[in-house]
Design a protein around this ligand. Structure first.
Ligand SMILES: Cc1cc2nc3c(=O)[nH]c(=O)nc-3n(C[C@H](O)[C@H](O)[C@H](O)COP(=O)(O)O)c2cc1C
Length: 122
C-alpha cells in the first residue's frame, strides 16, 4: 500500500516513516501534477482548510481519486470537536473509510492499528 501524506511541522512525516510502506509526500510543489496508479491511503495532519487544500488538489488530479482507499488523521485532542477534522472531512467527501486518528506522531499502538486496517483493505 502506498501512503500519501502531507506534513507542516514533521509529526505526520515521523508517523508514516514508522509504517512498512512506500510513502509519497504532497507539497505545494507537486500537488497538481502527481498521478498515482496504485491503491493508496492518505495520512493527513489537521489544519485550516486552506492549509490542507493540497490534499484535495492531489486527490482530484488525474485518476487519483479512484485509487484512494482510506484516510488517517494526525491531530491534537486539545482541539476537542475539531480533533482530526481534516481526515474526517476527506473520508466523508471522497466516500472512503476513516481508518484511524492519532495524536502528533502516534505511538506503537497507532502504528499497529493502521497496519491492521491496511491489511483489512488488502
Ligand atoms: C495552527 C494549528 C492548528 C491546528 N488545528 C488542529 C485542529 O483543528 N484539530 C486537531 O486535531 N489538531 C490541530 N492541530 C494539531 C496538528 O494537526 C498536529 O500537531 C499534527 O500532528 C501536525 O502534523 P504535522 O507536524 O505533520 O504538520 C493544529 C496545529 C496547529 C499548529
Amino acid at each position: 500500500m502506498l501512503v500519501v501524506y502531507m506534513s507542516l511541522t514533521g509529526q505526520t512525516r515521523k508517523f508514516v516513516q514508522k509504517l512498512p510502506y512506500e510513502t509519497l509526500e504532497i507539497t505545494l510543489a507537486n500537488a497538481f501534477d502527481l498521478e498515482v496508479h496504485q491503491p493508496y491511503i492518505i495520512v493527513a495532519p489537521t489544519y485550516d482548510v486552506e492549509a490542507t487544500d493540497i490534499l484535495n488538489d492531489f486527490i482530484e488530479t488525474g485518476n487519483n481519486q479512484a485509487y484512494l482507499k482510506g484516510v488517517c488523521g494526525s491531530g491534537n485532542l486539545n482541539f476537542n470537536d475539531l480533533y482530526c477534522f481534516t481526515a474526517k472531512d476527506l473520508a466523508r467527501d471522497y466516500h472512503v473509510p476513516l481508518l484511524h486518528c492519532f495524536e502528533f506522531q502516534g505511538n506503537e499502538k497507532d502504528v499497529e492499528i493502521v497496519k491492521e486496517k491496511v491489511n483489512e483493505i488488502g
